[in-house]
Write a protein that binds this ligand. Structure first.
Ligand SMILES: Nc1ncnc2c1ncn2[C@@H]1O[C@H](COP(=O)(O)OP(=O)(O)OP(=O)(O)O)[C@@H](O)[C@H]1O
Ligand SMILES: [Mg+2]
Length: 224
């Protein structure tokens, strides 16, 4: 499903200085895998995820999603593909503060041109139940704990039934017990839906939740 062929991402910082965030990485992920990526801060994990999502243009090399080179598509098709194929959970919880939990979960469908509000609401509440927030539909983000907010973000990422779930340190602000709960949730979702998942964490303890783990250091994959 995902093919990275000798991909590099080099950020120019000044005229003389460049940062090679990702260096000559080749990675192949089959449909249905749950890959956990670990590595120290600054090792290039977020950059790698953004490359897969088509949010960052590679400096060199090829990024393929289902044999499509996302960067070669026109803008509109690019965002359509992203909206329909990929669910994101970003490094920092990103809920809209003025919307309730259920409204936040409904958002991705509102952009997709879906007309049937009732059906969208129904699906959003189902997802919130699935992530253990049956009693929090009407809560605003500020009324939720960090772990609960992250669950809403995960429900939102699943709204469009993505084929690919990308999660960047979804547990970074959470205590250890909650961290494991969230990872259990990802594992459950993966088992139930068969979604292909790529999850970044700096905690090596969490690597075993996936079906495969890889490690990054200084922009490179150091263990396959
Ligand atoms: N937009 C940018 N411009 C310049 N340098 C960047 C940019 N984004 C990332 N970098 C650099 O690229 C390297 C990799 O960054 P990246 O965010 O991918 O690391 P990370 O592994 O996700 O780290 P963390 O665990 O702290 O989130 C770092 O040295 C960072 O400073
Ligand atoms: Mg990061």
């Amino acid at each position: 499903m995902i093919s990275l062929n000798r991909v590099s991402k080099i950020y120019p910082v000044s005229k003389e200085v460049v940062v090679p965030a990702v260096r000559d990485v080749s990675l192949h992920v089959e449909r249905g895998e749950f890959v956990v990526i670990t590595g120290r801060s600054g090792s290039g994990k977020t950059t790698l995820l953004n490359l897969v999502a088509g949010l960052t243009r590679p400096t060199s090399g090829q990024v393929l999603l289902d044999n499509i080179e996302v960067w070669k598509l026109p803008d509109k098709e690019q965002s359509l593909l992203r909206n329909q194929k990929i669910g994101f959970v970003f490094q920092f919880a990103s809920l809209l503060p003025t919307l309730t939990a259920v409204e936040n979960v409904m958002l991705p469908k509102m952009f997709g041109g879906e007309q049937n509000q009732e059906r969208v609401y129904e699906r959003a509440t189902q997802l919130l139940e699935q992530v253990g927030l049956a009693d929090k539909f009407k809560s605003f983000p500020r009324q939720l704990s960090g772990g609960q907010q992250q669950r809403v973000v995960i429900a939102r990422a699943l709204m469009n039934e993505p084929e690919l779930l990308l999660a960047d340190e979804p547990t970074s602000d959470l205590d250890e017990a909650t961290e494991h709960e969230i990872m259990e949730l990802f594992r459950g979702i993966h088992t139930e839906t068969g979604v292909t998942a790529l999850l970044v964490t700096h905690s090596i303890d969490l690597a075993s939740y996936g079906t495969r783990s890889i490690q990054m250091a200084e922009g490179e994959i150091v263990s396959p």
